[in-house]
Design a protein around this ligand. Structure first.
Ligand code: DAH
Length: 339
C-alpha cells in the first residue's frame, strides 16, 4: 500500500510539474480533492490493514496530501506570473505617447459674479437667504405693497402657473418670507433666478438673475443704504467707482431710487460700455415701505429698513465686456471657456 501511495504521489507531482495552463491546473486540483480522488480511494481500503499499520499509512497519506497542496500552490503562482508577463509583453503601453487631455470646466460667468457678490456681503455681516422660484402671488406682489392693478402683475409680464402661483418676477418676495420668519435685526442678500415674459434679444431674456438685499433694524436710514451700496460698488467694480442716486418709484420702497455707478471702463468719460453716458445703471433701492413691514408682522414705528435689487447679467456683461445677453444662456463652450 505504501508503494501505491508513493506512486500516486509521483504521478500527481509529474502532472502538476508538466501542467502549463492555469485552467488545467485547476481541473487537476479539483480532481485530486474529489471523493473519488486516488488518495481517498487508498484510505478507504485501510480497513484491511493491521492496527499497527493503519496510523503509519494514515500519516503517509496526510504527508503526501500536504506536499501536493504545496505543489499546487507553487505551480499556481508560477502560472499566474507567467500569464502576467505574457500580458505585459503583448499589451505593452508606450508611456512616451501623449496622453488624452482632461479638460476642466470653469464656473459660469453668472455664478462667478454671484459668488463674488456673496463674498462682499458676507464680509459686511450679511446672511444668504433663499426662496422658491415657483412663488405665491401674495409674496411676489401683495405683501410687497403691489396692488392688483399694478402693470407688473399683468399676464403679459408674468408667467402664471395658476391665478395665485407664478414664476417669481423678482427676488423681492424673499424679503417678505424672511421678515415673516425672522425678527430684526435682519441683514440678508438673496441671489437667484427670476422670470419675466420678455422676448429674447441682446439685453432681455425671460429668465435672468437678481440679487436682493434687505436690512431691517432700529434707526436704519437712507445714509446706511448709500454707504452700503457705495462700499459694494467699490469692492465689486473698483476702488474709484462713484455712485449716484436718481429718484424712482417702486411700490415696496418709500422713498425709492435707482443707483448708477460711474463707468469702470472709462472712469466716466464715456465709452462703448456705458454708451457714452459715463454712468451705468446698477440697481433699484429704497427704504422699505411701512406697509411692507406691517404686512410681514414688523412694527414700522419701531423698525425701519432699506432694500435693493440688481440684475446679475447686467453686471456680468459690464464686467466681462459681453455685448449680447444671449451668450450667457446658450452654453457654447467656446464662449464660456473665456472666463
Ligand atoms: N425688484 C425690483 C425689480 O425687479 C428691484 C428692486 C428695487 C428691489 C427696489 C428692491 C428695491 O429691493 O428696494 O425691478
Amino acid at each position: 500500500m505504501k508503494e501505491e501511495i508513493l506512486k500516486i504521489e509521483e504521478a500527481s507531482q509529474n502532472s502538476i510539474k508538466e501542467c502549463e495552463d492555469i485552467k488545467l491546473l485547476n481541473e487537476l486540483k479539483v480532481k485530486n480533492k474529489k471523493k473519488k480522488g486516488e488518495l481517498t480511494a487508498v484510505l478507504r481500503t485501510m480497513g484491511k490493514l493491521s492496527p499497527e499499520e493503519r496510523p503509519v499509512i494514515g500519516s503517509l497519506v496526510n504527508q503526501v496530501r500536504d506536499k501536493l497542496t504545496l505543489l499546487f500552490e507553487q505551480k499556481e503562482k508560477e502560472l499566474q506570473k507567467k500569464e502576467l508577463l505574457k500580458k505585459l509583453e503583448t499589451e505593452n503601453i508606450d508611456v512616451t505617447e501623449p496622453s488624452k487631455k482632461i479638460t476642466l470646466g470653469s464656473l459660469h460667468p453668472i455664478t462667478q459674479i454671484i459668488n463674488e457678490v456673496e463674498e462682499i456681503f458676507l464680509g459686511m455681516g450679511y446672511e444668504i437667504a433663499d426662496g422658491p422660484e415657483v412663488e405665491k402671488a401674495i409674496y411676489n406682489f401683495d405683501k410687497l405693497n403691489t396692488p392688483p392693478d399694478h402693470p407688473a402683475r399683468d399676464i403679459q409680464d408674468t408667467f402664471y402657473i395658476t391665478e395665485d402661483i407664478l414664476l417669481r418676477s423678482q427676488t423681492s418676495p424673499v424679503q417678505a418670507r424672511v421678515m415673516e420668519n425672522q425678527k430684526p435685526p435682519i441683514k440678508i442678500i438673496c441671489p437667484g433666478a427670476v422670470y419675466r415674459s420678455d422676448s429674447v434679444d441682446a439685453t432681455h431674456s425671460p429668465v435672468f438673475h437678481q440679487v436682493e438685499g434687505l436690512v431691517v433694524d432700529k434707526d436704519i436710514s437712507m445714509t446706511d443704504l448709500k454707504g452700503t451700496l457705495e462700499m459694494f460698488a467699490k469692492k465689486c467694480l473698483g476702488e474709484n467707482t462713484k455712485i449716484r442716486f436718481r429718484p424712482h418709484h417702486f411700490p415696496f420702497t418709500e422713498p425709492s431710487a435707482e443707483a448708477d455707478v460711474s463707468c469702470f471702463v472709462c472712469g466716466g468719460k464715456g465709452c462703448r460700455v456705458c454708451k457714452g453716458e459715463g454712468w451705468i445703471e446698477l440697481l433699484g433701492c429704497g427704504m422699505v415701505h411701512p406697509n411692507v413691514l406691517k404686512n410681514c408682522g414688523i412694527d414700522p414705528e419701531e423698525y425701519s429698513g432699506f432694500a435693493f435689487g440688481f440684475g446679475v447679467e447686467r453686471i456680468a456683461m459690464a464686467k466681462f465686456g459681453i455685448e449680447d445677453m444671449r451668450l450667457l444662456f446658450e452654453n457654447d463652450v467656446r464662449f464660456l471657456k473665456q472666463f
